[in-house]
Design a protein around this ligand. Structure first.
Ligand code: PGA
Length: 250
């Protein structure tokens, strides 16, 4: 039985004070054994948030990492640095980073490997854009992203990875005003599982956890999270408000 995992992707929101205030207000309502809960903040707030999670079940996540250990990489942050701050999870390959910061599958692959080496769980994002969907390229794009982002990662390691299927056209800040139906989300999360099955076999595909992300809110969470192949949600906009409590307690 795969345990559900709900992760907040706060993106570039919240100063340390704002995050501290928000987490203090919601922590008792999201501190549950029923689902794994992860708060992914920007680098500047991780330490302060971690202090609030002491003794709680809620875990700390980052939104990015660099794939080298140390050296002349001005402005970058290593997996070891994240680990030393108490980070357990890290988002990689989010469409913001693929789109705005030219992150390729090859770079994402290096980051996934580095996180696994450090014992941090990668939340690997994949997803097609509007044009790719309209051109009937969705399956091809997703297969390609998964295959190349997980290149040379062993069966044992891949089971630790969380895959987040996030269609770019359904992300709230994409501004399309379109959301995926729970059926569309389930169809694609099942497809992600099939791709994993083709590469790693049935048992790995049954173990690996697959989240859906894209405009998940308190109204849609229950239906989405009850789908067979959806093991959780990666939540952007709604994770910045009390909506997040309702999503965690779907
Ligand atoms: P959203 O963002 O929930 O605001 O659509 C999800 C994401 O980008 O991870």
């Amino acid at each position: 039985m795969r345990k559900k995992i709900v992760a907040a992707n706060w993106k570039m929101n919240f100063t340390a004070n704002e995050a501290e205030e928000f987490v203090s207000n919601i922590i008792d309502s999201i501190n549950t054994d029923e689902v794994d809960v992860v708060l992914c903040g920007n680098f500047t707030i991780l330490d302060r948030i971690n202090n609030l999670l002491d003794g709680k079940k809620v875990k700390l996540g980052a939104q990015n990492v660099y794939f080298e250990n140390k050296g002349a990489y001005t402005g970058e942050v290593s997996s070891q640095m994240l680990y030393s701050l108490g980070v357990d999870y890290c988002i990689v390959g989010h469409s913001d980073r693929r789109g705005l910061f030219n992150e390729t599958n090859e770079i994402v692959n290096l980051k996934v490997k580095k996180l696994l080496e450090q014992g941090i769980v990668p939340i690997l994002c994949v997803g097609e854009n509007t044009k790719e969907r309209n051109d009937n390229k969705t399956f091809e794009v997703i297969e390609n992203q998964i295959t190349n982002s997980l290149k040379d990662i062993s069966k044992e390691d891949v089971k630790k990875v969380i895959i987040a299927y996030e269609p770019i056209w359904a992300i709230s800040t994409a501004g399309t005003g379109v959301t995926a139906t729970p059926e569309q989300a389930e169809e694609m999360c099942k497809y992600v599982r099939d791709v994993i099955k083709n590469i790693y076999g049935e048992s790995v595909s049954e173990d690996i956890r697959i989240q859906y992300g894209g405009s998940v809110n308190s109204k849609t969470a229950n239906e989405i999270l009850n789908k067979d192949n959806i093991d959780g949600a990666l939540v952007g906009g709604a994770s910045l408000t009390n909506e997040f409590i309702a999503i965690v307690n779907y």
